[in-house]
Design a protein around this ligand. Structure first.
Ligand SMILES: *Cc1c(COP(=O)(O)O)cnc(C)c1O
Length: 364
C-alpha cells in the first residue's frame, strides 16, 4: 500500500470506496454497465447546473488532453478559426493541437502571472471577423491561476462566438453555472476534482452546438459527435471503455454528492489552499501569483533561496507522507502543491508542520 498522499493535481488521492469499486469486472454491453454511463452523464449535466434539454455530457476514452483534442477537431471546421488564450502550458497545448490539426487559429498569449483581458479579446474579435471560436483554460494548472471565464464569456457571446473552456482541473471543485457562463464546450476529466482515477475525460456540450458538428472531425477515434451519437442511445461507448475507471467515477460522483456537492467541496479546497499559502509564506515561500488570482486547486511556490534542493525537499516530504509536484515554469525555479483530492485540513496542517521543520533545519 501507498504510504503517502498525493498533493498533485490529478491523479490525486482517492477514497477507499472509489478504489474498491475497481475490484469488479464489468461487461461493456450489459445494461447494468450502460446504465452506469447514463447515470454519470445525467449527473454531470446536473453538476454543470444545466438542463438535459439544452446540454449533454459525452465521455471519451483517454486522458484530459485527448478530450481537448477531440473537441477541437470536432467543433472547429475547415472554414472556422479559433482564438486561443494562453497564460500557461495548458493553453499552449491547445495552440499546439490547433497547429497540428491545421486549424485556422490565432493565439493571444499573456505572461504566466497575468490574466487574459476581456478588453483585448474584444479588440481581437472586432478586428478579425473570421474568428468563430474562442478557447480558454479555466484553472491554468501550470501556475494555479484562475482565469476570468465569466468576463470573457460576455465578450465572446456579444460577438456570438462558440466558447470552449478547458475546465479540467476546476470542474467539480469550483461552482460553475455552465448555461449562465454560456459555455458551449466544457472539458474535464475523471481524475481531477470529481476525484476519480485516470482513464477518460468528458465534455459538457451545448446540444445546439454539438449537433452541427457531424462529419467535421479529422479523426475517427476522437470524433466527439460520433461518440455522442452512439452513447446517447443507451450509454454504449463506441470502442472499448475503461470499465473499472467508469465504475470508480460513478462512485466518486456519489462521494461528491455525499460531501454536500460542489459548493461544499469548493469550501474544503479553498480552506486547504489558504492553509498551505499562509503557513508556507510564514517560512519564506512566496507564491508565484497573487492571492486574488489564486485558484483553490494548486499553488506554485518560488524556491525560498539559492541552493534550495527540490530533490532533497521532495524526498523529505515523501518520507513525511506527502508527494508534491515539480514546477512547470521556464523562467523561475518553482514547485507546486496541489490541495485537491481526498485530503483535508488536517493533512494540510501536517504537511505544513513538516515543511516548517524542514525550513528550521535547512536554512541557506
Ligand atoms: C490535467 C489538465 C489537462 C489534461 O492533462 P492530461 O495529462 O492529458 O490529463 C488539460 N488542461 C488542464 C488545465 C489540466 O489541468
Amino acid at each position: 500500500m501507498n504510504t503517502y498522499k498525493l498533493l498533485t493535481p490529478g491523479p490525486l488521492t482517492t477514497t477507499a470506496a472509489v478504489k474498491k469499486e475497481m475490484l469488479e469486472d464489468r461487461c461493456t454491453w450489459d445494461d447494468d454497465y450502460k446504465n452506469v454511463t447514463q447515470t454519470i452523464r445525467k449527473q454531470l449535466v446536473y453538476l454543470a447546473q444545466a438542463d438535459e434539454s439544452d446540454y449533454t455530457a459525452v465521455l471519451m476514452q483517454g486522458s484530459g488532453s485527448f478530450v481537448v483534442e477531440a473537441v477541437l477537431t470536432t467543433a472547429i471546421a475547415e472554414n472556422d478559426k479559433v482564438l486561443i488564450l494562453t497564460n500557461g502550458a495548458y493553453g499552449e497545448r491547445i495552440a499546439e493541437m490547433a497547429q497540428t490539426l491545421q486549424l485556422q487559429h490565432v493565439v493571444y498569449s499573456v505572461p504566466y502571472n497575468e490574466q487574459p483581458s476581456h478588453v483585448e479579446v474584444r479588440a481581437l474579435l472586432q478586428n478579425d471577423s473570421a474568428i468563430t471560436h474562442v478557447a480558454i483554460v479555466h484553472c491554468e494548472t501550470t501556475t494555479g491561476m484562475l482565469n476570468p471565464i465569466a468576463e470573457i464569456a460576455k465578450v465572446v457571446k456579444e460577438f456570438d462566438k462558440t466558447y470552449i473552456v478547458d475546465a479540467m482541473s476546476s470542474f467539480g471543485g469550483v461552482p460553475m453555472d455552465v448555461p449562465n457562463l454560456q459555455i458551449d464546450y466544457l472539458i474535464s476529466s475523471a481524475n481531477k476534482c470529481i476525484q476519480g482515477v485516470p482513464g477518460f475525460g468528458f465534455v459538457i456540450a451545448k446540444i445546439g452546438a454539438l449537433e452541427k458538428c457531424k462529419g467535421q472531425a479529422k479523426s475517427v477515434a476522437l470524433d466527439l459527435h460520433s461518440q455522442w451519437e452512439v452513447m446517447k442511445v443507451d450509454g454504449k461507448w463506441r470502442f472499448t471503455s475503461p470499465t473499472h475507471v467508469v465504475a470508480a467515477f460513478a462512485k466518486a460522483l456519489e462521494g461528491l454528492i455525499e460531501e454536500g456537492g460542489i459548493r461544499t467541496r469548493y469550501s474544503r479546497y479553498a480552506k486547504n489552499n489558504a492553509i498551505v499559502r499562509s503557513r508556507l509564506a510564514a517560512v519564506g515561500f512566496d507564491a508565484y501569483i497573487s492571492e486574488a488570482q489564486q485558484s483553490p486547486i494548486i499553488t506554485t511556490f518560488l524556491f525560498p533561496h539559492d541552493g534550495f534542493s527540490f530533490e532533497h525537499f521532495y524526498n523529505e516530504m515523501k518520507n513525511g507522507g506527502f508527494v508534491i509536484y515539480p514546477g512547470k515554469l521556464t523562467d523561475f525555479d518553482t514547485f507546486r502543491i496541489g490541495n485537491i483530492g481526498d485530503v483535508y485540513e488536517e493533512d494540510m496542517n501536517s504537511l505544513c508542520e513538516i515543511i516548517e521543520n524542514y525550513m528550521a533545519v535547512n536554512t541557506k
